[in-house]
Design a protein around this ligand. Sequence first.
Ligand code: SF4
Length: 280
Amino acid sequence: MKIVVAKHMGFCGGVRRAVEIAERAAQTAGGPVTTWGPLIHNPQVVRRLEGAGVRVAERKEELGGQAFVVSAYGVEHAVLDAARERGMRIVDATCPVVTRAHQLAEKLAAEGYQVVCVGDHGHPEMVTLKEMLGDRVTVVHTREEAARVKVSGRLGVLSQTTQSQENFRQIVGDFALRVRELKVLNTLCPAITVRQEETDVLVNEIDALLVIGGHGSSNTTRLAEIGRARNLPTYHVETADEISPSWFDGVGTLGVVSGASTPEWIITEILHRLQELGAS
Ligand code: SF4
């Protein structure tokens, strides 16, 4: 079996930055530091960080330690306030691409646009945006949801940074036929777009697709969706242990791609495992 590995693999700039900030905070704090939920959507990295003194809190009562590290996707104000009340130093690891998208949404609202953001309900980036703009923003995930939005006057549409290009394109196209004035801000992250485009091309040359990344990572899940949409056998794994040799029976060429929060060491382990299974 031949393997074709995508060019863009491993951490994106924002994830690498967040991990480095958290590690540095834990080293300099002289005690544990805390994040709200996982710092990034990769459980193996989060476990390693725990070993380095970066703890994960899921409830406000669990907040504690020298410093509070804001994740790459941002965090709700109520949580920040709770951390401050406990005397924790705030260390901001929010990705600048996410911050910029939030600022652009705020600007649209300030200019009087009805704002719609294409994103995943409940994703921290969307939760923070809702907190910032309240009723002035509507988050939609599907074309059906977008069709139910009552549009009055000028509409501004933007996207969660890790959304699928295709979903954003379709929803924007639908709105374009419904409104008199439409302003579209492309807030898709280039680090994500390039991986989706690469996967889009790769699926034409392969017999099966292996996607490496956290099962809870939205950008990794999107890559797997590209393979499945082409009816390719598609496998989404976090670690080498999850690989089943039977997946590759009769596969001539296997494509390998990774999400933006997948560390290089997991990719290396998986490529070794594939070699053990006879891949070249
Ligand atoms: S995928 Fe893009 S927006 Fe998300 S952390 Fe990476 S660089 Fe930032």
